[in-house]
Design a protein around this ligand. Structure first.
Ligand code: SAM
Length: 219
């Protein structure tokens, strides 16, 4: 089974369908508003929690995902909310089906780092291409300080590449240092970068989850 089908299967099984927005999204939405952001692309939008959040704020949102199940869930939710300021596209963030300079901002939560590093770089390059000049990227990336990275063997992760692992629920996951992240984002001006540390519930109990969160601006 290819990687996209595997994601679709997990979502069909009821996984990766969070309903509440990621913790920092309200703050980021305020930042976008202050900078006159109107058209937002959500990369790997999943079941639509951030599409609904931004569309309710009257932004125009475009969600892209490879999973038909995720897009169908997102569509149902957006319609239930009586929102129409959105578009859903089936496709890959590694090869975005959008023209250059199309979006004021791109967001990607728990999605852009679910690849090997070379593919993350591909996705970042695609983001750079579709963003308008001075447009923003907000994304999170798992850190090498994450407990899953430090205890990967014990947690049943399988190593597939340098700092990249496969897990039956999380699927592919790269863990990166701040230096690697800054390198991935060359060509962007870093507006803000921070480490989000939280306790996360997994099948083995609570672990320390550590992720880089970044707001970067296309130069
Ligand atoms: C962990 S879920 C996160 C969903 C959503 N961003 C959220 O925060 O709720 C990752 C999503 O990325 C999607 N995905 C996987 N590979 C992709 C690709 N190449 N292009 C676009 N989306 C992809 C999956 O189908 C899944 O919906």
């Amino acid at each position: 089974m290819n990687y996209e089908k595997l994601w679709d299967q997990k979502i069909q099984e009821g996984l990766h369908r969070r309903k509440t927005p990621h913790w920092t999204i309200p703050e980021v939405a305020e930042f976008f508003k202050k900078h006159n952001v109107k058209k937002i692309l959500d990369l790997g939008c999943g079941a639509g929690r951030h599409l609904v959040y931004f569309a309710k704020r009257k932004d125009f949102v475009v969600g892209i995902d490879t999973s038909p199940t995720a897009l169908s869930l997102a569509n149902k939710w957006l319609r239930r909310e009586k929102l129409s300021n959105y578009n859903l596209v089936i496709g890959s963030m590694l090869n975005l089906p959008f023209p250059d300079n199309e979006f004021d901002a791109v967001v990607s939560i728990a999605a852009i780092d679910n690849f090997r590093i070379k593919d993350i770089q591909k996705a970042v390059n695609e983001v750079k291409r579709v963003l308008k000049r001075n447009g923003f990227l907000f994304a999170n990336f798992a850190s090498t300080e994450h407990e899953s990275f430090k205890r990967w063997k014990e947690f049943g992760w399988k190593k597939v590449d340098n700092n990249t692992f496969f897990h039956k629920i999380a699927l592919l996951q790269a863990f990166i240092t701040k230096g690697q992240l800054l390198k991935l984002l060359s060509g962007f001006r870093i507006i803000r970068i921070w480490e989000m540390i939280r306790q996360q519930n997994v099948d083995r109990g609570q672990i320390k989850s550590v992720n880089w969160e970044v707001i970067a601006q296309r130069m």
